[in-house]
Design a protein around this ligand. Sequence first.
Ligand code: C5P
Ligand code: MG
Length: 199
Amino acid sequence: MKKLFFIIGAPGSGKTTDASLIAKRNSEDIVHYSTGDMLRAEVASGSELGQKIDSYISKGELVPLEIVLNTILSAIKNAPKDVVIIDGFPRSVEQMVEFDKLLQNEDEIELLSVIEARVSEEVAKQRILGRAAEAAEGEQRSDDNEEVFYNRMKIYNEPLKEIQDFYTNRGLLKVIDAERELEPIVAEMEEFVKSKANI
Ligand code: C5P
Ligand code: MG
């Protein structure tokens, strides 16, 4: 049985960094995948699918539903550990609802919680533009610039209330203040995941 956690958060909330650290510190039990990183890996492979994905990512737009669902479902199913953290999903009401339907037919996957890493837009923007400035040449993300940031932020915020309500009603939403320093955020998230997953 796969015990699944989603982490959602604005671009720049630190969700990928937080989840990577938690998985690294608990590598016997926990594995982590970033939805954005998996999509970018397909782009980097140079495949035809990757070229299609890139045409959305570089503008900050959502990648077509089927592609995103296939990406995360195969990551979960092939995960080498039972506790799986996926960050960056769901990003739309459609992704949420369609994944929920898929879960109803999956006996081997249980969604234990959706963690929201919450930051203000100002903090998110500072972190993204900081990340862009620090990235080594050739390693900049095509979407880490001010113009695309606003589009990604808009796309993140638009469905947020409906996503929060959906998971709150199921008792699955956990909000974590992600404006603090990295360590207290990771510590709180790690403790929460481990207690929910019984590890
Ligand atoms: O989470 P991250 O900022 O790394 O995502 C990068 C891009 O990947 C998003 O801007 C979007 O184009 C795509 N994406 C998506 N659906 C998701 C997560 C990411 O379409 N659930
Ligand atoms: Mg990320």
